[in-house]
Ligand binder design. Structure first.
Ligand SMILES: NC(=O)C1=CN([C@@H]2O[C@H](COP(=O)(O)OP(=O)(O)OC[C@H]3O[C@@H](n4cnc5c(N)ncnc54)[C@H](O)[C@@H]3O)[C@@H](O)[C@H]2O)C=CC1
Ligand SMILES: O=C(O)C1=N[C@H](C(=O)O)C[C@H](O)C1
Length: 255
């Protein structure tokens, strides 16, 4: 049985993932960490300042992190010190934070990191790559929509989309919204962010040419789609060699 702990256990994703672990006979939910203390599925959720003692006492095989970037950096550091594998879904890391995570993980613990654990989005990224490769001279506009409470913008998934498009089309720059006299379009990727209500997570990429438009889009209707990918990753990562893995590795997809 793989023993799993969750950082951000009392949040939207933490609770969704814990409920799925609780139903899985191959996994054991052993508790978690959040800003305040609590209980979840009969297990202790301890305050984040006690994460080192929690990991030493509970000895999880895998620590799942769905918190906020600055907290996740600390949680990954604690997992690295304790020699615990991690699955990280938190988004909004700066380049410096990503570098610190890399140093704490490489050579020490195995980690799956993804800005989106939905299987559908991982296939959507492949479709976006192919379209960007074939339509590299088209105008490209990226739009994402999320719920009222989301803290980071653009979403981690949208940032991954931008990385993919830039890898395929070369020297394009992001253009966040437009207002006033915007002039001729340059080598840009338009980026548009919507926040409202309880939208779980929508992403779309428009490729506009002369007399035609191709639009690729993904819409998540329930956080369960992310949680399924997280569970699959947690089972896959336990016992792997140290290093940073992606959902491509977990799903056996070609990069
Ligand atoms: N990669 C993916 O597939 C997905 C990623 N996300 C990302 O996951 C993160 C969390 O999203 P939600 O669950 O919607 O947010 P949320 O705000 O509902 O939950 C975050 C939880 O983390 C807790 N937290 C804050 N600081 C902490 C610390 N130092 N230690 C432990 N817990 C701490 C908060 O109290 C809260 O309970 C966001 O960055 C979001 O973008 C969300 C959905 C899918
Ligand atoms: O905060 C969310 O809710 C989500 N965050 C991830 C992101 O930033 O891309 C993934 C998903 O879209 C939901």
């Amino acid at each position: 049985m793989t023993k799993i702990a969750i950082c951000g256990a009392l949040g939207r994703m933490g609770k969704t993932i814990a409920a799925m672990i609780d139903e899985d006979p191959a996994l054991e939910f052993i508790g978690g960490v959040d800003v305040g203390e609590g209980t979840l599925f009969g297990k202790k959720v301890v305050s984040s300042e006690n994460i080192d003692d929690f990991l030493a006492e509970e000895k999880p095989d895998v620590l799942i992190d769905f918190t906020i970037a600055n907290a996740a950096v600390k949680n990954i550091r604690a997992a690295s010190k304790a020699g615990v594998a991690v699955v990280v879904g938190t988004t909004g890391f700066s380049e410096e934070q990503k570098e610190e995570n890399r140093k704490n993980i490489e050579g020490t613990i195995p980690a799956v990191i993804s800005t989106n654990f939905s299987v559908g989005v991982n296939i959507f990224w492949k479709l976006v790559r192919e379209a960007a490769k074939q339509l590299s001279d088209y105008d490209i506009e990226v739009t994402e929509a999320h719920h009222h409470f989301k803290k980071d913008a653009p979403s981690g998934t949208a940032k991954t989309i931008l990385e993919i498009i830039k890898e395929e089309t070369g020297d394009r720059e992001e253009m966040y919204g437009r207002e006033g006299m915007v002039g001729a379009r340059g080598k840009e990727i338009g980026v548009h962010v919507i926040r409202g209500g309880d939208i779980v997570g929508d992403h779309s990429v428009m490729f506009a040419g002369n007399n035609e438009v191709i639009e690729l889009s993904h819409r998540a209707y329930d956080r369960a789609v992310f949680a399924h990918g997280v569970i699959r990753s947690a089972k896959w990562i336990a016992g792997k060699e140290p290093g940073i893995y992606t959902m491509d590795d977990v799903l056996g997809l070609i990069r």
